[in-house]
Design a protein around this ligand. Structure first.
Ligand SMILES: NC(=O)c1ccc[n+]([C@@H]2O[C@H](COP(=O)([O-])OP(=O)(O)OC[C@H]3O[C@@H](n4cnc5c(N)ncnc54)[C@H](O)[C@@H]3O)[C@@H](O)[C@H]2O)c1
Ligand SMILES: O=P(O)(O)OC[C@H](O)CO
Length: 338
């Protein structure tokens, strides 16, 4: 089958009008699709309709009049393909609310990056349990929402088991500025995106403590080793972990203060407390929850993740930053690659 034979879906529904949901809706519109964006808050929908801007989560980016906005999940369920873009901890509830009106066979593409705290489930595991009649895919990669929303060049991984369906989703979302690469490694496409948020907090701490560029490069590299160990234990393919959703997203997130996880880590490193930082923010920093979920998941699979464990200890068990860094550096010397 050539690209010319692949028929894109006509109508895309996007659940979640945070920064990323809004940016994905704009990418779908730019690709030429009818697009409807769902937000749970009627006042937010009213404000977006009136101002043609998502002033709370994606200020400064105009919303074209062709973007439909709704609070009715029934409207979303009529779409041919659905993008699910709530924060990771709310994904299961969103699936449960969507399920009664969803037509069997409608693909649902998960865009959250994280691990469910209450169960240790990756996003596809949580969604497949709630939506047994829907093919579930994953979209992940190095993607700051504002850049996608403005149409700056971006590439992502789109992973789904059914490759024919995957090709249709690629055609549906792909454009001259948004380039999805198709994969069938659904597990692999999620691991990098979830773990990099925790590693980005660690990189931020290093920035905030002014520990230097060497330390950050070491952390990114050893962090990639942690992603790889966990990914392989969960059945991911190495090339996925080295691709856009793995190495690509790790590189982006750990090297930019645009990242909410990196900037949260920086503030921690500068001496602020987690509750102070969280009290000033309304947008999500997924690494906080995922760091707590990762410990148990890694233990269950016999995987060593010392950097992620250190972030969890600092965020969730009040560990002292300098002592935690000192104990990471005091670990026994190792052979690289093992
Ligand atoms: N922003 C980005 O650049 C970006 C890029 C790629 C992936 N992601 C991922 O997408 C997911 C969403 O991130 P975001 O940037 O859109 O977040 P955001 O902080 O911009 O917005 C959060 C959204 O979640 C909604 N929300 C809060 N509680 C909810 C609940 N109980 N049920 C349903 N919705 C709820 C809010 O109303 C808001 O629309 C995260 O997992 C994030 O890691 C974000
Ligand atoms: O701002 P962050 O840290 O949530 O990162 C956003 C995206 O995941 C980057 O790919």
């Amino acid at each position: 089958m050539t690209a010319a034979d692949v028929v894109p879906f006509a109508r895309v529904g996007v659940i979640g009008a945070g920064a990323w949901g809004t940016a994905i809706a704009l990418a779908a519109l730019r690709a030429g699709r009818e697009t409807v964006l769902w937000a749970r808050n009627p006042d937010a929908v009213e404000a977006m309709r009136r101002e043609r801007e998502n002033t709370r989560y994606l200020p400064g980016v105009p919303l074209p009049p062709t973007l439909d906005l709704t609070t009715d999940l029934g409207e979303i369920a009529k779409a041919d393909a659905i993008m699910l873009v709530t924060p990771a901890q709310h994904l299961r509830t969103a699936c449960a609310k969507l399920q009664p009106s969803l037509r069997p066979g409608t693909p649902v593409v998960l865009c959250a990056k994280g691990i469910e705290l209450s169960t240790g489930c990756l996003m596809s595991e949580a969604a497949e349990a709630s939506l047994p009649a829907s093919p579930v895919g994953v979209l992940s990669g190095p993607t700051f929402a504002v850049e996608v929303a403005k149409g700056l060049p971006t590439a992502v991984t789109l992973a789904i088991r059914d490759q024919e369906l995957g090709s249709r989703i690629v055609e549906t979302l792909g454009s001259r500025s948004f380039r999805p690469y198709l994969s069938d490694d659904v597990m692999g496409a999620q691991v990098g995106g979830a773990v990099k948020n925790v590693l980005a907090i660690a990189c931020g701490i290093i920035l905030g403590r002014r520990l230097g560029d060497n330390a950050r490069a070491a952390l990114i590299t050893r962090g990639l080793a942690e992603i790889s160990r966990l990914g392989l234990a969960l059945g991911a393919r190495p090339e996925t972990l080295m691709g856009l959703s793995g190495l690509g997203d790790l590189t982006l997130t750990c090297t930019s203060l645009q990242s909410r996880n990196t900037s949260l880590g920086t503030a921690l490193g500068e001496g602020r407390t987690l509750s102070e930082i969280m009290g000033e923010r309304h947008s999500v920093a997924e690494g906080v929850h995922t760091s707590a979920a990762l410990g148990e998941l890694a233990r269950r699979h016999g995987v060593e993740m010392p950097i992620c464990r250190a972030v969890d200890a600092i965020l969730n068990r009040n560990a002292d930053i300098d002592e935690t860094i000192a104990s990471l550096m005091a670990r026994p010397f190792r052979i690289e690659g093992r």
